[in-house]
Ligand binder design. Structure first.
Ligand code: AMP
Length: 418
């Protein structure tokens, strides 16, 4: 019989990999706690209109990539393709804005987009992200970017990730800029791709992040959005940059960075990785001062980011993860099993993670297994040790070993691992 396989663009995360996931999740939780952000969990299915209204009718996500179906009662449902709209919905529905003037939230979980799968791009993937609702000030932008920077540093990725920063101004600024960009592109409209021609009408800013070299050349002398900033836009963007300097977070200004989703305004940013191939955006975010209103809530500013967990793990793949096994307890003679069990139990009750053999294998194969497990120490209880109430501890990193009294085992292990 043909075996059933997982769906294209999805992935089983097997035990060797889950360790890395848990590590990443722990780093995210640690940093979010450091900044006082609390976790929010929203459902994986939502009404389709949340995304068409929240993310934007003309975005790639909404037009091409959503898993949408009609439920038995005729409601159109969608597997969430991103989380900001869901978090904003929840914020409005539970009146979180009325409970505290600033809501600082983080999330982690799976998302679904029907994209063409490739390295770093899947149909079911995972993001972690943060959202802060309530403050319109540049220090809130800097705080959000600082969280991203702390998590990247925690994962050892601050050296491979570069921060691209831009401001797409207020809606009034973008309105003027859209006209200027259309005027600039109009004479060459025929040379634009079909997609860009559509964007020309709907959202010409999106043409700026084109991958086509020909279009990039056409855009060389295009007007710059920064020339259309009002005083507030300019002041806001300058302050964000000053604060990033204070925090020693390096960045480059990328005037072509507009981000794909409709809800952004003012600050937008992306961390790009130098070591994961063409799908190189590790993390992206920005300010969305009109999202809550457009979903029917009271006006509330917001800013956040989302990061691809698979891409983080790809970028981290070069690193060696420490095994969390402290001790491999070698079990040499099944006469000694009850002794081994009582000692491993004591060790575990004292907080050590301990592996032991239950297959009655030879010393050689147990030592091989001990090394493979990544354990820091092997403990050996052979015939001689058993008869003399001793025990041998072998450091698996440098091969040194010593024999001690069984009664001293816990104290000895505590002093070795401290
Ligand atoms: P976005 O929600 O499109 O701004 O994406 C935020 C982050 O999610 C990106 O920077 C990527 O790291 C990640 N991401 C987006 N789409 C995918 C995908 N199809 N597969 C894996 N990661 C993705």
């Amino acid at each position: 019989m043909k075996i059933i396989q997982n769906i294209k663009g999805t992935q089983d995360i097997l035990p060797l990999e889950t360790k890395k996931w848990q590590n990443l999740e722990a780093s995210v939780r640690k940093v979010c706690a450091r900044f006082g952000y609390e976790e929010i969990r929203t459902p994986i299915i939502e009404k389709t209109q949340l995304f068409s209204r929240g993310v934007g009718e003309d975005t790639d996500i909404v037009t091409k990539e959503m898993y949408t179906w009609e439920d038995k009662d005729g409601t159109s449902l969608t597997l969430r393709p991103e989380l900001t709209a869901s978090v904003a919905r929840s914020f409005i529905q539970h009146n979180l804005g009325g409970k505290a003037p600033i809501q600082r939230l983080f999330y982690m979980g799976p998302l679904f987009r029907r994209e063409r799968p490739q390295k770093g791009r899947q149909r079911q993937f995972h993001q972690f992200g943060v959202e802060a609702f309530g403050s319109d000030n540049p220090e809130q932008d800097a705080e959000i970017i600082a969280i991203a920077w702390h998590i990247l540093s925690e994962c050892g990725l601050n050296n491979v990730a570069s921060l691209n920063l831009n401001s797409i101004g207020s809606s009034e600024c973008r309105k003027k800029y859209r006209e200027a960009l259309r005027d600039y592109l109009k004479p060459n409209l025929e040379q634009l791709s079909e997609t860009s021609q559509k964007r020309f009408e709907l959202n010409p800013l999106r043409i700026l992040d084109t991958k086509s070299i020909q279009e990039q050349n056409l855009l060389k002398d295009a007007p710059k959005i920064s020339n259309f900033f009002n005083d507030n836009d300019k002041e806001h963007f300058d302050s964000v940059q000053e604060l990033l300097d204070t925090l020693n977070i390096p960045f480059i200004i990328n005037e072509k960075l507009v981000r794909g989703l409709d809800y952004y305004s003012n600050t937008v940013f992306e961390f790009i990785s130098s070591n994961i191939g063409s799908q190189d955006a590790l993390l992206g975010g920005g300010r969305y001062n009109h999202l809550v209103e457009s979903l029917g809530g009271k006006k509330s500013s917001g800013i956040g980011f989302a990061a691809g967990m698979e891409r983080f793990l790809l970028a981290m793949n070069e690193q060696n993860f420490e095994s969390n096994i402290d001790i491999y307890f070698i079990n040499l003679d099944h006469k000694s099993i009850s002794k081994v069990f009582s000692l491993t139990d004591k060790l575990r009750k004292n907080g050590f993670s301990v592996l032991t053999d239950t297959l009655r294998r030879s010393m050689k194969s147990q030592l091989r297994e001990a090394n493979r497990s990544g354990a820091k120490y092997a403990i050996i209880l052979g015939d001689v040790e058993l008869s003399e109430n001793n025990i041998t501890i072998k450091n698996l990193k440098n091969g040194e070993q010593e024999t001690i009294q069984q009664n001293d085992l816990i104290n000895k292990m505590q002093s070795l691992t401290n």
